[in-house]
Ligand binder design. Structure first.
Ligand code: UGA
Length: 442
């Protein structure tokens, strides 16, 4: 028998979590304040691109195990497990995370809780947030002594959201000190399928659970900036960072994954999470420890300027009067997300320096157009590259990796390509008469 679950927030995280919980056999109510978004979801449409998720959404809508509502009353009445899955964006003009949406869920939900329930937070929050929310919940909830708040961070990757939710590497559950039996039992029932499959289940205190998520993203960001600084040394010495990464990656302690040098990380998570981490550490008086993450952020942002410099060089020293074809706008392949996308940042900078930039992306065109309406957009690769002086590969979509350099060469004005993701085969492009330039590659 499944549990009755409410999921607050139906963005990337919430919509995926709600649909996947229904897929696991639970009865799920997705809750949001955005009626237009809910109407779309209820009609089986996702407001973002995520492979595999539409099928899961539709299947569970049709079976009746997944519904959507704006009503907190309905949710409080229906469910006894409440997931918080709202966003925690970067505050305007500050490094810290904006917690207003998380706070709003507690303010609206807690006064309606009149019987035992578990609130499981999934959003990425600074350490200390859950304890504060638990105290606030207790001052508002009529059944406050029978309601438990726990933190259950989410590690899903865009593009793999369904698989990461159904088959996570681990499940982390942070409990309030001196309480938590109800929340832990609820979580064990919610994740029964994963636990039967021997998924590691780590029960911690609240602060540890909050920090696990932030530390994981900080480590991933550090790994990318590390290899990107090695790429700078490779450039200076004529070494090849891709082969170097293969070689050091064979050491199991290092590992090859997340060691791809290029234009660096972007998206709605890694950049804002390391900044929130820096802000939090500063507030707690542990700021010095995080000069490391400032450097990680700095190295990452420098990659974008470096790419602009390489493109300018390839265009003959100045962008004025040149045409640049940009392949890729999403922050990574298999996503239509352009939040803090290195690709769009670079395209925008080049355009502002006088080039005519044409962008193509297989999925992110609408989002890119909204964020950067002044760039030119083409409906396919050939249109984006016709008559250009330089082609830039900024997102490693399979479609770009598989391009035929000979064919593309007949369209451009000059056979010059810069591979911002080191995803092309340099030999094949050079053999087809291209001037190939990678990142940290000779
Ligand atoms: C990231 C984490 O990987 C997830 O575990 C986490 O749950 C999620 O953030 C989150 O906090 O919600 P995601 O933002 O989907 O997931 O993207 P990643 O796959 O981590 O890629 C982030 C960026 O790093 C992309 O711009 C990608 O192009 C870049 N990257 C990745 C590299 O530059 N090199 C690499 O080797 C790997």
């Amino acid at each position: 028998m499944g549990r009755r679950i409410a999921v607050f927030g139906t963005g990337y995280l919430g919509a995926t979590h709600a649909a996947c919980m229904a897929e696991l056999g639970h009865e799920v109510l997705g809750v949001d304040v955005d009626e237009a978004k809910l109407a779309k979801l209820a009609a089986g449409e996702l407001p973002f691109y995520e492979p595999g998720l539409p099928a899961v959404l539709r299947r569970n809508l049709n079976s009746g195990s997944l519904r959507f509502t704006t009503s907190y009353e309905e949710a409080a009445d229906f469910a006894n497990v409440h997931f918080i899955a709202v966003g925690t964006p970067q505050k305007h003009g500050e490094l810290a995370a904006d917690l207003r949406y998380v706070d709003a869920v507690i303010e609206s939900l807690a006064p309606l809780l009149t019987r035992p329930a578990a609130i499981l937070g999934k959003s990425t929050v600074p350490a200390g947030t859950a304890a504060r929310l638990a105290a606030r919940m207790r001052s508002l909830a009529p059944a406050s002594e029978q309601v438990e708040l726990a933190w259950n961070p989410e590690f899903l990757r865009e593009g793999f959201a369904v698989a990461d939710t159904l088959h996570p590497d681990r499940i982390v559950l942070g409990l309030e000190s001196g309480r938590g039996a109800y929340a832990e039992a609820a979580a064990r029932e919610v994740y029964a399928t994963q636990l039967t499959a021997d998924t590691p289940f780590l029960v911690t205190d609240l602060a540890t659970a909050e920090l696990v998520k932030t530390a994981a993203n900080a480590f991933l960001a550090t790994k990318i900036s590390f290899i990107n600084s090695i790429a700078e040394v490779c450039e200076a010495t004529g070494a090849d960072v891709s082969m170097l990464a293969d070689a050091i990656g064979h050491d199991a302690r290092i590992g090859r994954r997340f060691l791809n040098a290029g234009i660096g990380f972007g998206g709605g998570c890694l950049p804002k999470d390391i900044r929130a981490f820096i802000a939090m550490a500063g507030e707690l008086g542990a700021g010095q420890a995080f000069s490391l993450l400032r450097e990680v952020d700095g190295i990452n942002m420098r990659r974008r300027n470096k790419m602009v410099d390489l493109a300018r060089e390839a265009a003959g020293g100045s962008f004025i009067g040149t045409r640049i074809g940009v392949l890729g706008a999403a922050f990574k392949p298999d996503s239509d997300d352009v939040r803090d996308s290195p690709a769009l940042n670079i395209a925008g900078q080049i355009q502002l320096q006088g080039a005519a930039v044409t962008v193509y992306d297989p999925q992110a065109m609408d989002n890119a157009r909204q964020l950067f309406p002044t760039l030119q957009y083409a409906q396919d690769v050939p249109t984006a590259c016709t008559g250009v002086d330089v082609v830039l590969i900024l997102t490693e979509w399979q479609q770009f990796v598989g391009l035929d350099p000979g064919e593309l060469g007949t369209l451009v004005r000059s056979r010059s390509v810069i591979d911002g993701r080191n995803c092309l085969d340099p030999r094949a492009w050079r053999e087809a008469g291209w001037k190939y330039r990678g990142i940290g590659r000779p």
